[in-house]
Design a protein around this ligand. Sequence first.
Ligand SMILES: NC(=O)c1ccc[n+]([C@@H]2O[C@H](COP(=O)([O-])OP(=O)(O)OC[C@H]3O[C@@H](n4cnc5c(N)ncnc54)[C@H](OP(=O)(O)O)[C@@H]3O)[C@@H](O)[C@H]2O)c1
Length: 249
Amino acid sequence: MQIVIIGSGNVAYHMAKAFVQNNIHLAQIFGRNEAKLNKISEELEIPHSTKNLVDADLYIICVSDNSVEAVSKIIVKKDCLVTHTSGSLPKDILAGEYRKSSLYPLQTFSKSKELDYANIPFFVEAENNEDKKTLMDLASKISSKVMESTHEKRKYIHLTAVFACNFVNHLFSRAKEISDAQEIPFDYFLPLIDETVQKIHEIEPKAAQTGPAVRNDKRILELHEQLLKDESLEIYKTMNHSIQKMYEL
Ligand SMILES: NC(=O)c1ccc[n+]([C@@H]2O[C@H](COP(=O)([O-])OP(=O)(O)OC[C@H]3O[C@@H](n4cnc5c(N)ncnc54)[C@H](OP(=O)(O)O)[C@@H]3O)[C@@H](O)[C@H]2O)c1
């Protein structure tokens, strides 16, 4: 099967790397950014282009959600399967006359961070069973966790991921702002962060909650509010409100 990856961002890079590491041939990596494509192409030894999209059986579109529809129009071939990697877009956002599908990897991808692909859950949707099988077989070569999904379910999987990953990471950024401003090394907090994440492998998140809000320690909450301003203060109040609502305090 001839496979082309479209895009040169985080997902395109890691998807291409996972395929190459598992001896899956890639016919091309295609995109608009010559410099980024060139770097990926050199590292992974895959042909690349910004102009001539090669003929393929499967095109995997890994571009920003806002551009998936526009980019999908560059594939004029009809007898092929096209997929995108977005968590929230429907497969029908793909605008050509080819067969449409979705292949969503539930992980956070950054180019500079190595990943173990074998445990990444992949969610597959397609128009027919044959295409579903093609994508599931392909994803199964790089991961042991490949599942069918629906757009309805995938939207909620993505939404959960935003809370569980993107928001949590933003809180790490805000936490680092606070520690940096006081010249407290952020390294001090890494064992705490690691334990917070490890703990929920064994205990329900709701049972694992600690801190002044769940203890309803009003004096400490007020003291903390006096130390904060702007967005961090708003986040602090919103989080405490949410915690106290959940525990009916
Ligand atoms: N990152 C994650 O953790 C993650 C996880 C699961 C799924 N996804 C999904 O995977 C897809 C790609 O995400 P990403 O994180 O890889 O994004 P990204 O790192 O921001 O890369 C986006 C890519 O899209 C290209 N692009 C944007 N607009 C374009 C256009 N009009 N024409 C051609 N190329 C265009 C960019 O080109 P330039 O380099 O020239 O800007 C870049 O190569 C998205 O649908 C996202 O929702 C992401």
